[in-house]
Write a protein that binds this ligand. Structure first.
Ligand code: PMP
Length: 277
């Protein structure tokens, strides 16, 4: 699906998976003008293919596109593109309980610009692959005390799913994985005392009947799974609070778990913090 600046997105077409051509001056590869989403299609017991709340991904992509000065497809266009991709790849959706089809819509500045200005042209590509569990079993998290995510704070880009938010975690996650951890939990850059999120999922802390999760204040991604879990927990009678959550509070919790499209809901078996700053 393509769009020149100020235009609407064209309808686009389904093409076999393969490499894409890109102008070396494209703003996505030079300046990170790109936003993506991640959704899953599941097969139901009676063989239907279902998507999990795609309208929320469409809304979140719109938010990110606004922040990065990009036009975005309409909600209907986004959902339609995702649906068509899922249906065209129906045979790759695993049976119920055996995994899902991960679908990745990527909106990018594909027009050329040498100066740091928004691209004159944009492309939305949607691609997919079957997936199983992102992590095997419960997570043992390392609390990162050397690097911040570099996306945090008011006015930053932590609240959008921008391509620029992910490479900043590589140094921390690569080192943590080499030490046997499953993933890294990042702290806030303002105080270094409050928890934010794991490299690609949100985090919840349970104490008795109350469940806390860091507030979506622009420093963390407002996860779609996070929102669903908050709704379910409230329905089940838990007290749910979205607020600053200190690392201390987490270390004293009854339970910790993570949520995200990839991890779904994953329990945390240990949290390790070693001051290295
Ligand atoms: N935080 C980050 C940094 C993520 O990449 C993701 C995955 N999209 C999440 C949280 C969880 O969001 P969602 O539940 O919408 O997948």
């Amino acid at each position: 699906m393509k769009c020149a600046k100020g235009d609407n997105f064209s309808e686009g077409s389904l093409v076999p998976f393969g490499n894409i051509e890109i102008n070396p001056f494209a703003t996505i590869i030079n300046y990170g003008q790109g936003i993506f989403e991640g959704l899953k299609a599941y097969r139901t017991e009676d063989g239907h293919i279902v998507l999990f709340r795609p309208e929320q991904n469409a809304q979140r992509m719109k938010m990110g596109a606004d922040r990065f000065c990009m036009p975005s497809p309409s909600i209907d266009q986004f959902i339609n593109a995702v649906k068509q991709t899922a249906l065209a790849n129906k045979r790759w959706v695993p049976p119920l309980g055996k995994g899902s089809l991960y679908i990745r819509p990527l909106l990018m500045g594909t027009g050329a610009s040498l100066s740091v200005v928004p691209a004159p042209e944009y492309t939305l590509v949607v691609y997919c692959t079957p997936v199983t569990n992102y992590h095997k079993g419960a997570l043992n998290l390392k609390v990162e005390s050397k690097f911040y995510r570099a996306i945090s704070g008011t006015g930053g880009t932590g609240g959008i799913k921008s391509v620029t938010n992910y490479a900043p975690v590589y140094a921390a996650t690569t080192a943590a994985k080499a030490d046997g951890f499953s993933d890294v939990l990042f702290l806030d850059s303002a105080t270094g005392k409050n928890i934010e999120e794991v490299s690609a999922c949100n985090v919840f802390v349970v104490k008795g009947n109350s469940i806390c999760t860091p507030e979506a204040n622009g420093a963390i991604l407002p996860g779609i799974t996070r929102k669903s879990i908050i709704e379910i927990a409230l329905d089940l009678g838990y007290q749910v609070m979205e607020r600053a959550v200190s690392l201390e509070e987490m270390l004293d919790a009854d339970e910790v778990f993570c949520t995200g499209t990839a991890v779904v809901v994953n329990s945390v078996s240990s949290v390790t913090y070693k001051e290295t700053r």
